[in-house]
Design a protein around this ligand. Structure first.
Ligand code: HSE
Length: 314
């Protein structure tokens, strides 16, 4: 953005993300191009933050201490040492990403809050924006983890190398189609995190190192079938699939329809597959699999996304 004075209002579009992405629990994340959250922020004269949530989107808390967008916005101001009493903001949020879906809903709102305020005030430090977004996301997930906020902010595929130092590796993924299926159920990330084992056998750790290396190499080399072959997980998926009624039957149907992989996005319940062909048929097969288990679901086909974008409104 190139403007001489600060704009009065900003619109941010923040996309969905798929955390863990196979073997990278709390480490890997992929930005996808849909769905998105939209946040408008306007600077007013007065004090404090006003928050409004569009009726056309999903419902989220309106309390500014509980909404991930307003918490992230406030944290960004705090990190820059801005006096909160001298700044007044009106925030209008339209939630396009269903909360509790496993598609980085709280992270997208948090990134939109932090990036929106930063853009409004001409603040550009990406690490501070990331830190503020992580703080915002933690309001909903219980603990700060960066594998949704990083790909949402930077776009593409990201690897959290060190979460304390906010050291993030950014990789441009190949143009691949991802079949995503969202069953009609909600999973709370904090609860799903309680199921993760505290310790894993060395054998599991070795397998995860191998698969994680394959995913990173495949992403860099544009080798979609290698990425798909390595989208495996013996830590989070086995512990969490019990939360997703119909997981096994959706998996079976997806693989029979030609999917090269099947995994949980973030803490679920969204599941996804990579494939070179037959994406529509694979999506329908997943829906059929869930239906056989008595669960309604919808599928869509996504591509890797470019990350959150802020646009000046005036
Ligand atoms: N890595 C986090 C988890 C992502 O799986 O709990 C939550 O969206």
């Amino acid at each position: 953005m190139t403007h001489m004075s600060s704009p009065k209002s900003i619109m941010v579009e923040a996309p969905a993300t798929m955390a863990n992405f196979g073997p990278g629990y709390d480490t890997f994340g992929l930005c996808i191009d849909r769905p998105v959250d939209i946040l408008e922020i306007e600077r007013l004269d007065g004090k404090g933050i006003e928050l409004e949530v569009s009726k056309r989107g999903y419902k989220v808390p309106l309390d500014i201490d509980e909404n991930t967008a307003s918490v992230a916005a406030r944290e960004l101001l705090r990190l820059y040492g801005k006096d909160l009493r001298s700044i007044s903001l009106r925030m209008w949020l339209r939630k396009g990403i269903r909360p509790g879906s496993g598609l980085g809903s709280s992270a997208a709102s948090a990134v939109s809050g932090a990036l929106g305020v930063a853009s409004l005030l001409g603040l550009k430090d990406k690490k501070k924006i990331l830190m503020a977004a992580a703080k915002g996301e933690a309001v909903s997930s219980g603990t700060p983890h960066l594998d949704n906020v990083s790909p949402c902010l930077f776009g593409g595929f990201t690897v959290v190398l060190d979460h304390r130092k906010l050291d993030i590796l950014r990789i441009k993924p190949p143009q691949m189609k991802i079949v995503v299926c969202l069953p009609e159920m909600v999973i709370e990330t904090a609860k799903a995190r309680e199921l993760i084992p505290k310790h894993v056998p060395v054998k599991t750790s070795i397998s995860h190192s191998s698969w994680a290396s394959g995913v990173v190499h495949g992403m860099k080399a544009g080798d979609i079938s290698l990425v798909a072959r390595c989208l495996r997980d013996e830590i989070a998926v086995p512990a969490r699939k019990q939360l997703i009624e119909g997981f096994d039957s959706a998996r079976k149907e997806a693989l029979s329809a030609g999917a090269l992989s099947f995994s949980i996005s973030g803490s679920g319940p969204a599941v996804y597959s990579l494939a070179e062909i037959n994406h529509e048929s694979i999506g329908k097969a997943m829906v059929k699999g869930f239906r056989e288990a008595g669960v309604k679901s919808k599928f869509f086909i996504a591509m890797p996304g470019k990350g959150a974008r802020a646009k000046t409104q005036d």
